[in-house]
Design a protein around this ligand. Structure first.
Ligand code: FE2
Length: 358
């Protein structure tokens, strides 16, 4: 059997870069994925205290971090997604149910989370929390705290629900091929990887006769709260980028004021979202689609947005205003004097009944 991270070159598929990184304070695993040296990278469940290490590794492997993903709102450590965004201008990603104030992109069940050369199927696996997601690749699954190695994530706080977790595990995760590698968000015993087949056979929590037995088991664990909980949960709910800095420069446009600009031919609306978000949330009529990961090329000298800015004012927008705030800053840094953004993104645009095409 091929080991995780082993080059797939002989099978004719591209080699993948894969790193499992451990935070020994919170026993958290974080995962770095990329399809090639010099390409785009994605990180799952980064820990704040380890951010320097991730940046160093990204530099060593010549990778550009594009997405930082949390499987759920963590209670036992402070997430590194906000710090990674501030340092690399990457996109922060969580599920749509997340109570985090602002993330750049929210995903839903059935969507695909993509970077160059790597695609993760998004599956909603609530139970540990009501915002828990798992991410599936052809040979592996990142299970967050839904399914652990010989364990399952506790269900007694953050809207946890043992019934939902049973369904997530038995109806979704255990339906994956038995040889699928399981990479959890934590391990406290030193295990690093398992498989679906192994967990089915040997995970003591899964040897139950019924959903009621599982609920009974989970409701009687009597666990102490995580030491960090009172600090980590509130901190992890405030990961949003301070869009005020962009607003203070006069570069933000309130959504209700942006309507009037729609009809003007000296203004171009630039949609930074990715295709699944556009399909789900709707499009602003007439907007140019220029996904955020390609921003640097697009605004560089000779790039299409750079050229467009010679004759038009650029009004960036995205889902929640975070990518667009970063885009305005990047465009201004590149010398584009006519860059603005819609504060709060499509989310805010919808609230003031801005026109959307589906
Ligand atoms: Fe958790």
């Amino acid at each position: 059997m091929k080991e995780p991270g082993e080059p797939l070159g002989k099978l004719g598929r591209p080699k993948m870069i894969f790193r499992q990184m451990f935070d020994n304070v919170s026993s958290t695993y974080s995962y770095l994925l990329a399809s090639r040296r010099g390409g785009e990278a994605l990180i799952i469940d980064p820990v704040l205290e380890r951010v320097d290490r991730y940046i160093q590794l990204l530099n060593e492997l010549d990778l550009r971090l594009v997405k930082a993903v949390d499987t759920h709102l963590h209670a036992d450590h402070i997430t590194g997604i906000g710090a990674l965004r501030d340092r690399t201008r990457c996109i922060t990603v969580m599920g749509e149910q997340s109570k985090a104030d602002v993330v750049s992109m929210r995903v839903v069940d059935g969507e695909k989370l993509e970077i160059e050369g790597v695609g993760l199927d998004v599956i909603y696996t609530p139970g540990h929390t009501d915002d828990s997601y798992s991410f599936v690749m052809p040979d592996r699954v990142f299970t967050g705290d839904t399914l652990l190695i010989r364990g399952t994530g506790r269900t007694d706080f953050q809207n946890g629900d043992p019934r939902a977790q049973y369904e997530s595990i038995f109806q979704r995760l255990l339906k994956l091929p038995e040889e699928t590698f399981v990479f959890p968000a934590h391990d406290y015993k030193g295990d690093t990887v398992s498989t679906i087949g192994e967990e089915k056979a040997f995970n003591p929590r899964l040897q139950v006769a019924s959903v009621d037995d599982y609920i009974e088991l989970m409701n009687n664990l009597k666990l102490a709260n995580p030491k960090m909980m009172d600090i980590a949960v509130p901190a992890n709910m405030r990961v949003g980028l301070a869009q005020e800095a962009v607003a203070a420069q006069g570069w933000a446009i309130r959504p209700q004021d942006a309507f009037a600009l729609l009809a003007r031919d000296d203004v171009a609306f630039i949609d930074l979202r990715e295709q699944p978000e556009r399909l789900r949330q709707g499009e602003i009529p007439g907007a140019v689609h220029a996904p955020y990961p390609a921003l640097q090329e697009n605004i560089a000298s000779g790039g299409p947005l750079n050229e467009l800015s010679a004759t038009k004012r650029l009004v960036f927008f995205c889902a929640f205003g975070e990518r667009s705030a970063m885009a305005v800053q990047a465009a201004r840094d590149t010398g584009l004097k006519s860059a603005f953004h819609i504060e709060g993104g499509i989310d805010a645009w919808k609230k003031v009944h801005g026109p959307l095409r589906h």
